[in-house]
Design a protein around this ligand. Sequence first.
Ligand code: PDD
Length: 284
Amino acid sequence: MTVYLNGIFLPIAEAKISVLDRGFIFGDGVYEVIPVYSRHIFRLSEHLQRLQRSLDSIQLGNPSTEAEWTNIIHELVGRNEPEDQYLYLHITRGVAKRDHAFPCPAVSPTVFLMSYPLNTPSPMLLQNGISAITAPDNRWLRCDIKAISLLPNVLLRQMAIDAGCAETIMIRDNEFLTEGSSSNIFVVKNGVLLAPPKNNLMLPGITYDVVLELALANGIPHQIRKVLVSEVFDADELLLTSSTKEVLAIVQLDDKLIGTGKPGEMFTKLHNLYQKFKQEIMRA
Ligand code: PDD
């Protein structure tokens, strides 16, 4: 695997950073995950815009222009084997003596990109759906920043794995749905797609946006509003979205079957629309 580190393309085994990197010491950095289909980069400018918002939120200057990012990303995609990849892009505040406050004067950020083969969900997962558990959302109040400090998300995801499930769905203040540990969640009730609003309590997913655009373009009734925990358990369908999972149906939540316990009509519709959208945009 060829990776990119601070201006250089090199084999992953040769990519090394200092133990004083603030990403390592403090988790002081931000990241992006960008899918690549047939070497076409999915929604690049949207991913770069979200990266900019994350950088602004942590007061870290963007080390590259959009044109420079585009070149780096295309070069990295070209240097790696798989046709379908997912790119991991990571920027930290750089290497400095350990002090919580920002280094003064500022140091160069550390920029790291790698590419993994993108394995979208198997036909079996699409056909059967996945199980999830719920847990209190115990994260901070800036979940809109795509921060590399992911310890709460790591612990929440592990809870799901330990329970034999695929994802943990988070409930804030014992009252309303926020998102999954590494995904956004939609609720379907009486044919209406319900989406929690983008705010500081959830990551604004790129896939979330695509799903809502597809709903709008195809006359699928939808509402963007606070979704109560009672509505989550009472859903006809639950959907999970992310760049690597695309659209998946959640068919069991804690001990309760959702709907018929099988992926439902809304899932089939949105999954098909998403695949069609990918084909048209990416494989044209
Ligand atoms: N995670 N919410 C959280 C907390 C996430 O970590 C992710 C994505 C999403 C979905 O965002 P998008 O549709 O842009 O992928 C929502 C990525 C895939 C990850 O950390 O690997």
